[in-house]
Design a protein around this ligand. Structure first.
Ligand code: C5P
Length: 282
């Protein structure tokens, strides 16, 4: 039996540069991983099937699940004859902007790479994974990176200054295609990518907090009022910075000290069911 952890990610920045001919948006985003993990196990089978067990009944265990699609992609690309049983223990909220499904897919590719002794580099797995989702190539590395293209062009970055992260996901999820569909690129919004890169390079926590910016945030805020309320609540209760992650609706707040993080947690824990205090992994 092989085990993998699949960490969630947060966006420190997310910029959308233009809409491409293929319908995707050209992005530039800095992402880092946090200590909120799904757990997966992998076991070889006697037959050639992919069997996925998920501990949450509302999550599909067939081709609608990115982990299943990742297993199929691995089997077909590397001509793996033997089947695999995958058990997925979900902790990361779904449809949240935390790349939970993408991280499960990435962990499946790493797990099968080890289970079948393939010795494929992370770089190759990352490139391959772009076929099934834009956030998976980042998740294959599971560290910190600036991601360009439609998300699949990865440049690894140093670990950002370590921080406490309070995660709060409003109860209704948001759909990524819907948010991108509502995006109006003519509306001005400043994304502080360069400042964030400087902050990471210099290990400057305060500058990192000031640089948090996400071009999709106003779009999602217009569709779900809870997002702005959570963000204001976190800032009013001492977060050093707060931002919506990805296309939302999850909002996170950064805190230097654990006590400060617990205070923010207490302030927002009545607002929604999914609230966590974690640390950056990077
Ligand atoms: O690649 P993925 O399946 O994660 O993307 C889901 C949807 O999000 C795409 O179909 C597209 O509508 C939107 N998207 C986009 N630009 C990106 C990534 C995603 O418009 N860079």
């Amino acid at each position: 039996m092989i085990y993998e952890t699949a960490p969630a990610k947060i966006n420190l920045t997310l910029d959308t540069l233009y809409k491409r001919d293929d319908g995707y948006h050209e992005v530039e985003m800095i992402m880092t991983t946090i200590d909120l993990n799904d757990r997966l196990s992998f076991e070889k089978r006697q037959d050639d099937k992919i069997v996925l067990h998920v501990d949450e009944t509302f999550i599909p265990s067939d081709e609608r699940n990115l982990a299943y699609r990742a297993a199929l992609l691995m089997k077909e690309t590397y001509d793996i004859q033997q089947g695999v049983t995958i058990t997925l223990d979900k902790n990361i909220p779904v449809a949240a902007g935390l790349a939970g499904g993408s991280s499960d897919a990435a962990a499946t590719m790493r797990g099968m790479n080890r289970l079948f002794g393939l010795n494929i580099s992370l770089e190759e797995l990352s490139d391959l994974s772009a076929a099934i989702g834009s956030d998976i190539p980042f998740c294959v590395y599971g560290t910190t990176a600036i991601c360009r293209g439609r998300g699949e062009v990865i440049e690894l970055l140093p670990k950002p200054p370590s921080s406490w992260v309070v995660i709060a996901k409003p109860d209704a999820g948001l759909s990524t295609p819907e948010i991108y569909g509502h995006l109006d690129l003519s509306k001005p919004y400043e994304v502080r990518t360069k400042q964030c890169l400087e902050a990471i390079e210099a290990g400057d926590y305060d500058l990192m907090c000031q640089s948090l910016s996400n071009r999709l945030e106003p779009v999602s805020m217009a569709l779900q009022k809870d997002i702005e309320k959570l963000k204001v609540n976190m800032i009013n209760n001492g977060a050093d910075g707060a931002l919506m992650s990805g296309s939302g609706p999850t909002v996170y707040g950064l805190a230097h000290k654990e006590r400060q993080a617990r205070h923010i947690y207490n302030a927002v824990s009545g607002c929604c069911n999914d609230v966590y205090v974690v640390r950056t992994l990077g």
